[in-house]
Design a protein around this ligand. Structure first.
Ligand code: KG4
Ligand code: ZN
Length: 333
């Protein structure tokens, strides 16, 4: 399998991406066409526009990925596609395109759950991470803690009951008129702010499970802004961003380490767009080090959506003999 070449296709949200990975480790190409500039003016992803853009871009991106890898379709051993979760129209474009290529080239079709992809982004270019491990996936759609027993066996031990962490970063940035996506903008503003300037709640920190809930924190920030506005008091935006970001980080950090300790698992594997946040990463790594837990994290460009992570996960599924038939359908959640 060390020379097996997988093409990954990712269109679950607003990135059209095709990547080619050899032997599950060597990245030959990873082309990402972001639609961010288009959706920015709406303050979030517009599903109808996203799927149309995927349709316009997917052929071009796929050809570019092949060219950059110096390969043709004949050299590809399997096509990894994302049936979900994500936006239905967007998923349909990538899935249909992947099926068409797999059919025409008579190569196996491998369905990869988007969250699986975020987790296995860590296996690219790196040494193998031993099983089991706890994976923390934090993105615009998910805040989940998952015990990964092997490449095919996942046990979800916690998830958000309402908004995801990335979702409230995006929503608060939109409320403040700061732009989209909110996470990196808030991170930048937080650098010059004081994280203990304003106290915001750390939701469900003392619940006896590993679920998250972020909508109350979002409401607390909005209420703070409303109160300040009513009192005609100025808001220090840097302090607000730093304090808000810190509330998210603390919640995620304490719950993740508590989960690792409860299940007696000493490896934590990170994934998802919010993991691109330097402060979150640093705090998690430091806190874990104190209790002898190792933290693995993909490089920044592989935290946010990309097809390389889909190709890697597809490689290991194919290795385990898992492929999909052409009736594979999309799912949104
Ligand atoms: O994984 P991803 O690219 O797409 C989904 O699967 O949702 O994650 C996107 C999310 C957005 O909410 C975005 O604001 C957040 O990741 N994000 C960040 C950073 N970069 C992206 N959040 C905090 N800090 C960042 N540097
Ligand atoms: Zn994602």
């Amino acid at each position: 399998m060390k020379d097996t070449v997988i093409m990954g296709i990712e269109t679950s949200c607003d990135e059209t991406s095709v990547a080619i990975v050899k032997g599950g480790k060597k990245l030959l190409s990873n082309i990402i066409a972001s639609q961010m500039e288009i959706h920015k003016s709406y303050g979030g992803v517009v599903p109808e526009i996203a799927s149309r853009k995927h349709m316009e871009l997917i052929m071009i991106v796929c050809q570019e990925a092949l060219d950059k890898a110096g390969l043709s379709l004949n050299n590809i051993d399997g096509i990894a596609v994302v049936p979900g979760p994500g936006l239905k129209g967007s998923l349909l474009v990538g899935l249909s395109f992947g099926k068409a290529i797999a059919f025409a080239s008579e190569k196996p079709l491998i369905g990869v759950n988007h969250i699986e992809g975020h987790i296995f982004a860590n296996f690219l270019n790196s040494q193998d991470i031993g099983f089991p491990f706890i994976s923390l996936v934090v993105s615009g759609g998910h805040t989940s803690l998952i015990i990964v027993h092997n490449f095919c066996q996942f046990e979800v031990i916690g998830r958000t009951r309402d908004d995801a962490a990335g979702e409230i970063l995006d929503k608060i940035a939109k409320y403040l008129g700061l732009g989209y996506p909110g996470g990196p903008i808030i991170e930048k503003l937080a650098v010059c702010g004081k994280e203990d300037a304003i106290y915001f709640p750390r939701p469900l920190l003392n619940s006896n499970d590993f679920d998250f809930s972020f909508s109350g924190l979002k409401t607390a920030v909005i209420n703070y802004l409303i109160d300040k506005n009513k009192a005609q008091q100025k808001v220090n935006i840097n302090d607000l961003c730093a304090s808000f970001q810190k509330a998210i980080i603390d919640t995620i950090k304490y719950k993740t380490i508590a989960a690792a300790e409860k299940y007696n698992i000493s490896r934590i594997v990170l994934g998802g767009g919010v993991i691109a946040n330097e402060t979150l990463k640093k705090e998690l790594i430091e806190y874990a080090r104190n209790v002898n837990i190792s933290v693995y994290c993909p490089p920044k460009e592989l935290c946010t959506d990309n097809a390389a992570m889909i190709a890697v996960a597809g490689f290991y599924k194919l290795k385990a003999g898992i492929t999909d038939s052409f009736d594979l359908d999309v799912y949104t959640r």
